[in-house]
Design a protein around this ligand. Sequence first.
Ligand SMILES: [Zn+2]
Length: 609
Amino acid sequence: MKNYILAALLVGAAVNLKAQQEISYEVSFPNAVHHEAEISMTIPNVPTNAPLRVRFARSSPGRYATHEFGKNAYRLKAFDANGKALALKQPAGDVFEIAKPSAKVKITYTLFGNWIDGTYAGFDEAHAHMNIPAVFAFPVGMDKRARTVKFNYTGKTDWKVATQLKPLGNGVYHAKDFQYFMDSPIEISAYQAASFEVKNSDGKIQTIHLMAHSDDDEMSVFNYANMLKKVVDEQKAIFGELPNFDFGHYYFLHCVHPSYAGDGMEHRNSTVIVQRTPKIGGNESNLLGTFSHEFFHAWNVERLRPKTLEPFNFTHSNVSDELWFAEGFTQYYGNLTLKRAGFRTLESITRTLNGLVNAVSNSPGAKNFSPVQASRYAVFADAGVAVDQTNQQNIFTSYYTYGAAVALALDLRLRSDFNLSLDDYMKALWKTYGKPEIAYTIPDLEKTLATLTKNPTFATKFFKEFIYSTNKEDYASLLLKAGLVLRKEKAGKAFSGINRWYENEGKLTLPATLVGTPAYAAGLDINDVILKVDGVDIKNAKDFDAALEKHQPGETIDVTFSRKGVERTTKLTLIENPTLELLPIENTGATLTPAMKTFRDKWLESAVK
Ligand SMILES: [Zn+2]
């Protein structure tokens, strides 16, 4: 009994200590019309024997390049408990230091934000839209401390807060620590909500909320939520269960307006989706792709999480070898789910798959760099900001596309050779790493494939060839098993490698040329202006195509072009057009066999039982 009382006292003391450590923010929007928010941060129990550093983030979960979020914060001031100003130094653009802090420090600043997407912040008369790393300064070395945030929006009677953060009442929200806070975006607006419940395999109810900030009527939002439920059900069938969302809730924070920047950004119990259509109603089919992709992330990346992203570093970019899986497999399933849920036709999913196969078969990035290398380049490519030219078109194929093509190959291989599917693989990974939240490495992914197939040789070979190097699966023979014919779209036609142009004022200007194409080999480069082919004047792309029509693959043409105002000539040897097309076999005049149909249906039809 005595012990019990002592233990109870200790627990009480621990709770108190936690409250005393809590960092509290307040946010108000007195100048929302000009996109400003006023923010304060109060830090109790500051160690007074060392300088206190406060900084802004340079990266954000789900984004892989760096972003200087500190650039939009100004009028930063520091005060002690009595409101007396404390001296501040600024050792870096986004870092502030108080050499002699008091035990309680209050920081205040103004933040500008006028970019509505999943990465930045936007304040205006319609809403306050916040990605946390873009908004909130934080003290260095206090990551374990809980956070509360309170919003003041007097005068905006129809505004409500939408967030995965735990509500404490009176407009106050709570995060257990720094990482959790940074992962919890917030939308405050007059949004409309529609929710649905999903019973999980353990019997627990999970509630999924659509918070739609758009110009739609209630019925459109309700209908759209019903469509989302079908997507959620299909994805649940893949993994066998929904994740256990914190507090039993998951939120789609949806902002719709043509003036916004389009984006989808996954988080642990929510996703921000910003789309550039006038309304949801009438555009559902176009909007669903992002929802399907982002919800799949609730398993793949939020819980089934690469070790390289744990813990997420907010002061520099987070390089990861695994984005071909985290993003690519998510991309693959985002599309596949829509087909299974009945929101895509066979023709439409076939076009999507053809895009994947074309990208990995014909882009120099995928020919010369592995999926792992493509993943590592994300720190420069993923909304990275630069003013100088890069060679991205020759060294990078998006890990979304590349990874989705790997997923396609593995899915078809598992179905074809093992009587298994990628669904089985995702389920196995979920059980081993996702649900228990053990961060994985690429060798872990390989090990699970070996266990699943009971064939370690296959697993090792697959990873060696298709993940660590640039080999590609035999897509044509695999796709044919599902009755899909992969073939050259323009067989026998000559190809120069130039299929994008800048046409203006009767001038045909080249974009960057691609490694491995005749144009690149002929020495043609970005900004060259094509003047003549075989001595005939070229004024536009039509003229160029007409000149090409007269030739066969293997023939050489004379190209006259202008570079920096100087006329030059080169010889360009044409090849056969390598562009691929993918068609249902029944559309080619051949027969869909019963075996093909069974294979196809098991793959593309609903998995919900
Ligand atoms: Zn994604």
